[in-house]
Design a protein around this ligand. Structure first.
Ligand code: C2E
Ligand code: CA
Ligand code: CA
Length: 579
């Protein structure tokens, strides 16, 4: 009997323990915020637990209650819910679905696990529902960051390339084409500098927003760099699709973008276009070639559009290779100076010379400075090149002074990029001292373009040098704005009349009249004149007759190597001694 009591006590304790742990488990399930139900098809036993009400707004007690859940979810997710609720012997043992509730904001993850009896006749089902709204939002944000540009909402570079690849694959299958349009905002840096980075971003945003209107099933749009945008068009109708888009963009740019600061900003764009399959067979190549065309537009026809062809690519490759060789030439100082004589018209005596840089590449070919100087100006290489020219010219001049008692003028070309360097003026003054050259013997040739940016800075540097005794010459007069009225305010001593004037001075009456009045006006302002590119006796005589001060040109002497110019110096020293 005792044994029986003992057994009963034991069972009671066990039972209490079980009820206790059951309660704990239930408590945990409620706290988890999830909702669960269990169903056994053998005896149709159903049990629901967890926070059904909190999650779905429905209390679930029996199997038929679960049908109420269809009313809680978005229409398009009903099917997914059905798969979970009806999951049974067919197909997968476990399935997971993400489902959005009616409010359009709350997301749940519903999972069903189906367990079969050994004979496969019966099954049990465990269904769990979790709130994944927060996780979904984080995930969406991560996805967004991975695929979209945060400023404009357009595709980012990686995602654009990925999508373009898909387009190209499709075009390959269907024997159609894909056009890629690359757009770059002209002088965006200047805009940014003037309105500040924040408004600059706003401008990019507004322009991106405008571009996003072109997005459709056939067109993808991305932001490729700070101010570079790209469109991919599947199966365009020849060039007209691209032309229409380009036209619409250009029309929009006729109006300014109004920023929150009320600034009204006008922008312009340069465009490059490349098409699959003509311009290449992969997304990478097509994008690269659209970019090459865009660069080409920037250089040749700013604000315009350029379609890909072999000639653009060849030019680009030539430039790239020249840039590389130029870098090597800068490192190894692989340049020499030539000198072109300038003569005084009144007495025919040597006034001095202009130092002109020469670059001989590894094949011994001379590459014209009109080709490589602009390249060096863009890459910044002009600064070391310009410094080399200054040093070399002053060193050679100093030797001529000692050797031939030469006291003529040496003219040295200075590029705008050089002048904008902080130490420009002080560097020249230091070099003059180093080579013991008198400032009055040196003339710096600058063009009107140096005054376009930072007018005051250039004026103050030039004034400093002139106060020191250095001469300043305005080169290529007649090719820029060429306004005589502004000349009087510039710190210059000499004006060089460009070859384009001299070329037609005899054949074109109006050029003759202009040249004559320029010479006489410039004299009145107290500047010296030099006529450049004089090639004939007739031109020379004419310029002499209108009292142009000096002549430079092939007629009296081509640019020549140092040794050759020294023969001239020897001769002129001889004449001086005889005289
Ligand atoms: P520029 O300063 O106008 O130099 C005059 C150019 O005209 C020189 O070309 C010269 O050879 C050429 N020339 C002179 N007389 C005649 C003539 O009668 N007929 C013809 N057809 N041409 C004539 P080059 O040496 O090829 O230089 C071209 C340009 O390269 C220069 O134009 C200048 O802008 C730039 N450059 C040359 N050397 C330097 C330099 O050391 N530094 C910088 N920054 N630029 C330079
Ligand atoms: Ca010059
Ligand atoms: Ca010139």
């Amino acid at each position: 009997m005792d044994a029986l009591y003992y057994q009963m006590d034991l069972l009671k304790t066990l039972n209490e323990k079980l009820i206790g742990s059951d309660r704990i488990n239930k408590e945990f399930l409620d706290l988890s915020g999830n909702a669960y139900f269990y169903y056994n098809c053998a005896d149709e036993y159903f049990e629901a637990t967890g926070d059904w009400k909190g999650l779905t707004g429905m209390g679930i007690q029996k199997l038929t209650d679960t049908e109420l859940l269809y009313d809680c979810v978005q229409k398009e997710d009903e099917e997914a819910l059905r798969e979970i609720l009806l999951a049974d012997e067919t197909g997968m043992r476990e399935m997971v679905r993400e489902i959005c509730l009616k409010d359009g904001k709350t997301w749940i993850e519903a999972s069903a696990f189906v367990k079969y009896s050994e004979n496969h006749e019966n099954h049990e089902k465990f269904v769990c529902i979790k709130d994944i709204t927060k996780f979904k939002a984080q995930n969406d944000e991560l996805t967004y960051m991975a695929y979209y540009d945060s400023l404009t909402g357009l595709y980012n570079r990686n995602y654009f390339v990925q999508q373009l690849r898909k387009m190209i694959e499709k075009a390959e299958k269907n024997h159609t084409s894909v056009s890629v349009i690359m757009l770059d905002i002209d002088e965006f840096k200047k805009v940014n500098d003037s309105i500040g980075l924040i408004l600059g971003d706003e401008l990019i945003q507004d322009f991106g927003q405008f571009l996003s209107d072109f997005k459709n099933d056939h067109t993808i749009i991305g932001r490729f760099g700070a101010d570079v945008f790209i469109l991919g068009i599947y199966d365009p109708c020849g060039r007209s699709t691209v032309e229409n888009i380009h036209h619409e963009i250009k029309m929009r740019l006729k109006r300014p973008f109004t920023l929150s600061s009320r600034d009204e900003i006008y922008i312009n764009i340069s465009t490059g276009v490349a098409e699959y399959p003509d311009a290449g067979d992969s997304a990478f190549v097509i994008i690269k070639n659209a970019e090459v065309c865009m660069f080409h537009t920037k250089e040749e026809n700013r604000g315009g559009i350029r379609y890909f062809d072999e000639s653009v690519l060849n030019r680009f490759l030539k430039t790239v290779s020249m840039e590389q060789r130029l870098r090597d030439a800068i490192d190894s100082e692989g340049f020499i100076l030539y000198f072109q004589p300038q003569y005084d018209c009144r007495n025919g005596k040597l006034r001095g010379c202009e130092a002109l840089i020469r670059w001989q590449d590894e094949n011994g070919d001379f590459i014209s400075p009109t080709e490589f100087i602009p390249l060096a100006e863009k890459s910044g290489g002009i600064v070391p090149i310009g410094n080399w020219v200054l040093k070399e010219a002053l060193m050679i001049y100093s030797a001529w002074k000692r050797q031939f008692q030469f006291d003529g003028i040496i003219s040295i070309n200075i590029s705008a990029v050089q002048i904008h360097k902080d130490n420009f003026a002080t560097n020249i003054i230091r070099l003059l001292e180093q080579f013991d050259v008198s400032p009055k013997d040196v003339e710096l040739e600058i063009t009107e373009s140096v005054f376009i940016n930072n007018f005051d800075e250039v004026i103050s540097k030039m004034t400093l040098l002139r106060d020191h005794g250095v001469k300043v010459s305005l080169d290529d007069f007649g090719t820029g704005f060429s306004s005589l009225s502004y000349l009087k305010d510039l710190p210059i001593d000499t004006l060089k009349i460009d070859k384009t004037f001299i070329d037609t001075v005899l054949s074109d009456t109006s050029t003759g009249i202009i040249t004559e009045s320029v010479v006489s006006m410039v004299k009145k302002l107290g500047f010296e004149t030099v006529a450049e590119g004089v090639e004939t006796e007739a031109q020379y005589q004419y310029l002499k007759s209108i009292e142009c001060d000096n002549i430079q040109g092939f007629y009296l002497g081509r640019p020549m190597a140092r040794e050759e110019f020294e023969i001239l110096l020897m001769r002129s020293a001889g004449t001086r001694q005889k005289g």
